[in-house]
Design a protein around this ligand. Structure first.
Ligand code: PSU
Ligand code: MN
Length: 294
């Protein structure tokens, strides 16, 4: 990564919770490699982040990535608050968006890519379940490219929280907030930008006037969208799985994603794969545009 900087190239942080906990094996490993390739194709350098043997790693070898992707390893899911203890105890773990941008910010990496952000869960007024991704975005000055928030969430409440937290939400070539597996979650956006240099300009100014990150909302390509009926079935199945398995905390999102995949015959996995690779490519373009400004 230091080499990339010296060469004036942009760097994109990539998370690993989607690899270890979000996608089934072996698609997860293939997607991790494809995301790195998409960043490189955009002229930037991928920095896939995880903790292995108590060391925060920025950039993983193919063997290390394969290890993280191996379901038998069942590595920890690391949010920003977990990093210190995981390192101190010599543990292994995959970083969420929150964990990844905490590390990225510490190293001066300005851009990251994910699939769908975490957010406010349905029923959060009872459970208080709101992803730490939101608070992390309010703390770390990183531009996060995502296809909106996961559609299993309370999207409206999540957008309200991002407003409160001072995190700008900007559509990429869209004025509608994306719905993860679908292009439109049913909410209008105030801001939309049309290319990576424009995003880089916006984020460069934002960083001067605000301590927060920025969400660049990139909708899934039309050809990759999940069928509307399948999406509805997936939502019902995901909600039912959480109730049936009585999961709480970190386990909620992985259980919902797995139930969604089962209910859609794997179609949600194909959509997730397509959108996260596209987001990595766009993040690479934004990182390259930011590097060009320096
Ligand atoms: N995007 C995906 N799949 C995922 C995630 C994002 O397409 O699995 C992960 C990210 O790491 C995100 C996490 O930070 O899900 C959210 O988990 P939680 O709701 O527990 O905060
Ligand atoms: Mn949660």
């Amino acid at each position: 990564m230091a080499d990339a900087r010296a060469a004036g190239r942009g760097v994109v942080a990539l998370e690993t919770t989607i690899v270890a906990h979000g996608l089934p094996h072996p698609v997860n490993l293939e997607v991790a490699a494809a995301c790195e390739a998409a960043v490189r194709a955009a002229g930037a350098v991928p920095a896939t982040i995880a903790v292995t043997g108590g060391v925060v790693r920025v950039g993983l070898t193919p063997e290390e990535l394969a290890d993280l992707a191996d379901p038998a390893r069942a590595v920890a899911k690391l949010s920003a608050r977990d990093l210190g203890v995981c390192v101190a105890t010599g543990g292994d773990g995959a970083t969420t968006v929150a964990g990844t941008i905490a590390v990225a910010a510490a190293l001066g990496i300005a851009v990251m890519a994910t699939g769908g952000l975490g957010g406010v869960h349905r029923g959060a007024s009872e459970t208080y379940d709101e992803s730490a991704d939101l608070v992390a975005l309010s703390r770390y000055p990183v531009c996060v490219v995502a296809s909106g928030v996961k559609s299993i969430l309370d999207v409206g409440a999540t957008l309200e929280r991002l407003d409160t937290l001072g995190v700008p939400v900007v559509g990429y070539r869209t004025e509608r907030f994306p719905g993860f597996y679908r292009r439109d979650a049913g909410f209008a956006l105030e801001w939309s930008l049309g290319d990576a240099p424009e995003v880089a300009r916006a984020f460069a100014t934002h960083r001067v006037v605000s301590p927060t990150g920025l969400v660049l909302a990139n909708p899934i390509a039309e050809a990759d969208e999940l069928d509307e009926g399948l999406h509805r079935n997936g939502l019902v199945a995901a909600g039912a799985a959480v109730a049936r398995e009585a999961v709480t905390g970190k386990a909620v999102t992985p259980v919902m994603l797995a139930a969604f995949a089962a209910a859609t015959g794997g179609a949600s996995v194909a959509a997730n794969r397509a959108l996260v690779i596209a987001n990595a490519g766009l993040a690479g373009e934004v990182a390259s545009a930011l590097a060009e400004r320096r």
